[in-house]
Every structure is written in C-alpha cells, then in structure tokens.
Design a protein around this ligand. Structure first.
Ligand SMILES: *Cc1c(COP(=O)(O)O)cnc(C)c1O
Length: 433
C-alpha cells in the first residue's frame, strides 16, 4: 500500500515514517522539513556491501556517491558501514573529512577538476582520482610530481551504452561530456598517456552509464564492454587493471508503477556477466566497484510541508501551495520527476481532489508534482508529505527567492535529532558585504 515499507499510518490518521509520527515531528521541528531514516540508509548500504562481498573478487566494494545527499552525519554512517565514497568537489571532500571519514577510501570524480581541487584532494589524502580527460591527467601528474607522490588514478571511459532514461541523466554514451569514448579510440589514447606518467599509478577504469536505470542488462553490457577494453589494454601494453568501477545508477521506486529492483539479484547477475567475460577474455577478475547514490538514500528521505493556500480554478485546475518548493526540491522543474505525495495529517480521509502541489517561489515552473489526489477539503495549515526525497533534494537545494533551506532531522529508533540545522536569515546574509 505504501511506496516504501518505512511508511505507515497510525490510529490518529497521521503518516508515520521510520516508525515516528510525522505530524509530531512537524510540530517539533517546523516545516519545511527533511527527514532521514538512519536504519534505512544502513540497510541499503548493507544490501550492496553484502552482495558485492559474496559475488565479486577481493577488494570489491560499494562507494556511496555523496552528490546524492551530502552532510557530515551521512559520512559517519558510511564510515561505520565500511562504505567507500565517491566525491566530486572539495566541498564534499571537506564534509567527509569533518565527519572523520578516512579519505583513503574516497574516489574523486568530476569532469573539470581545477588545480585548486586537485591540490586540495591530494593534500587531504584522497585515495583515488578518477581522471576524466587528458588535460586533467596532466594536472594530476604535475601536482603529484610537485608533492613527490605517486597518485592512484582510474580513467573515466564511456562504453557507449544507452540507458533509455531521461536525457539529462544519460551519461554513458559516446557523445557524453564525461569521460573518453572507447569507440573513438580516445580511451585507448588516454590509457597510453596515463601509463607513461611517472607520478600516476593507473589502478583501473571507470564508467557511469546513467541514473534511475531500470533497464534489464545495462550494467552487464557495460561490464562486458569495459572488460573487453581491459583485455585490449593487456594485449597492447601488458597492463593489467586491478579495479573496474561500474558507476552508480540503479533506479528507485518513486511512484506505485515504478518497478522494484532487487539489488542483490542485480549484483549477482552483473557478477555472472563479469565471471563469463573474464573467463572468455582470459583476464584476471578485477575488483569491482559500484557507486550507488540514489539507491542508498532516496527511500530514506521524506519532506514535510505545510499548506499555505488552496486555489480552485473551475473547469481548469486545482492548486495546493506549500511552504517549500523548487528551492528544496528542484527535480520536477529539472526532470519532471515523479513523486508520491500524501496528506500526512489526514491519511484516513478520501482523496477525490486532483491538484498540482506547487511551491512558494516566484516561478510558474515551481511545481512539486501534478495530478496529486488530495482530500476535497484540504486547507491552509494541513501537512503534506513528499516521499522518497532522500536523494538529490537537499544536495540540489538553493536559496532562490532568498528562502532559507530546511533542516535535516535524522530518525534513529524512537529518537530524532537535527543533523543539519535550519538556515537562518543571518546565514543568508553572511556573505553580503
Ligand atoms: C551521479 C553519479 C553516481 C550516482 O548515481 P545514482 O543514480 O545516484 O546512483 C555515481 N557515479 C557517478 C560518476 C555519478 O556521476
């Protein structure tokens, strides 16, 4: 009945999340409010970790892609759950560092790392760089030489796989802005270049084919293309890759008609493809890395809002406006992303009203979701919950219209605590001269 089994309803007709009453949480912490279910984050980590340990070669592990949601408490959980992390900026690196996360387990991504980024990451002991292109490789070599170290590096390649997801999150194709294409020969050139650098230790290759991927065998096909490339590099240079990073991207369920992915089964199936390809190509099995972001945190998150206005335009449309919007969740505006939206304080009321739930920003595109069923008499002061907001909401939030960003409250057992406090007006003005 609910989109995820950490949701429910209690005798008061209130939505529950991670076993706690969302109306009570809204009353205590105010709205808009991000909630995170710590047990669910840990569960999602363990599903990946256990399956990868069971099926892949030694050294294989999941890396949490911090861009999905990044704050210190999450990195503490990642350290405790023995997760590697994928970081894409010095901001993420320093957040992990602040949380006491051991950066030797961090992989530094991005298609345009600046000299300052590279220096920051090396100074802080980031274990691995994932180099996107030749310009960046030269900059990494120069900084490593300056420091007199040998930096471990993976190369980001595009295997030419189309994931049939939304254009903006489809990154594994030949014409992508990310990585070097195998098909054009540029991946082989980049590999030869990396192998010639004195201060770079090439540990392997990376690809990331897309996000919110449900399609049948995308990761299996990507693995085979990448392993064939590894075999070709062995033949060309006598070089054996130790690591193959297949990126992130498994889809999560936002609405009832999204499929449910069994991550354990998916990993077993990728492992079967890896075993078969390595045997056929006669190469040793590299350690496999996966970089789940969304599938670690999405269903561990929920956003609560308070209704500010209800507008009925007879013969046209109904609007329910809430006290947040594209500032805390830009995903409908960016991708027309779907979400399950619920009347959190009145779960037992029938929902005959078809409405658009919209935000408070001065922008017609500030929509949270269209065609949401709501109680006929929904009114100012009612609570609205948007489910599955743990990924790409807080991390993409902005201060558009100078609206402070909501806090993140972590739910742990029967307890709750503020993991990120609500922004204040002083915070908003802190940078102004
Ligand atoms: C976005 C991204 C991820 C995480 O993707 P999800 O869809 O959140 O699992 C992992 N690796 C790279 C390189 C990415 O760009």
């Amino acid at each position: 009945m609910f989109i995820c089994d950490n949701l429910g309803a209690n005798a008061d007709g209130h939505l529950t999340f991670a076993g706690q009453d969302t109306a009570a949480l809204a009353a205590r912490y105010g709205t808009p409010l991000y909630l995170m279910d710590e047990a669910r984050v840990r569960h999602n980590c363990r599903v990946y970790r256990d399956a990868m340990r069971a099926h892949f070669a030694a050294g294989s592990r999941p890396l949490y892609a911090g861009k999905a949601n990044c704050f210190a408490q999450l990195y503490r959980i990642m350290a405790e759950e023995d997760m590697g992390v994928d970081v894409v900026s010095c901001g993420e690196i320093r957040t992990a560092e602040k949380a006491g996360y051991d950066l030797a387990n961090a992989y530094f991504h991005g298609n345009c790392k600046t000299d300052a980024d590279i220096a920051c990451a090396m100074a802080r002991g980031v274990g691995y760089f994932v180099a996107d292109n030749a310009d960046e490789l030269a900059a990494i070599e120069a900084e490593a030489a300056r420091r007199g170290v040998r930096q471990k590096v993976l190369l980001r390649l595009t295997p030419g796989i189309d994931t049939h997801t939304y254009e903006a999150v489809n990154t594994g194709r030949v014409d992508s802005k990310f990585g070097a294409a195998i098909e054009t020969g540029q991946a082989a050139e980049l590999t030869a270049l990396a192998l010639r650098q004195a201060h770079i230790e090439l540990t392997g290759f990376h690809c990331h084919v897309g996000s919110q991927v449900f399609a049948e065998d995308v990761f299996e096909r990507a693995a085979v293309v990448m392993l064939e490339f590894i075999a070709a590099m062995r033949d060309a240079h006598g070089y054996t890759a130790q690591q193959l990073d297949l990126g992130g991207g498994y889809g999560v369920r936002y609405v009832a008609d999204d499929p449910v992915l069994d991550i354990g089964e998916k990993i077993a199936s990728v492992a079967a493809a890896v075993h078969a390809a390595c045997a056929r190509l006669n190469i040793p099995e590299p350690a496999i890395l996966l970089e789940p972001g969304r599938s670690i945190v999405a269903d561990a998150g929920l956003t609560l809002y308070t209704v500010g206005a209800v507008k009925r335009i007879p013969g046209y449309k109904n609007y329910v406006a809430v006290d947040g919007g594209m500032g805390d969740n830009p995903r409908f505006a960016l991708y027309k992303s779907r979400y399950t939206v619920l009347p959190a304080g009145r779960m037992d009321a029938p929902r005959p009203l078809d409405c658009s739930v919209v935000g408070r920003c001065c922008e017609s595109g500030d929509i949270i979701q269209e065609n949401v069923p709501m109680p006929e008499d929904i009114r100012r002061g009612d609570l609205v919950a948007v489910c599955t907001t743990g990924a790409y909401n807080y991390s993409m939030a902005s201060n558009y219209n100078r609206v402070p960003r909501p806090p993140i409250v972590m739910l742990r057992g029967d307890e709750s605590f503020v993991a990120v406090r609500r922004e204040t007006f002083d915070d908003l003005c802190a940078l102004d001269a």
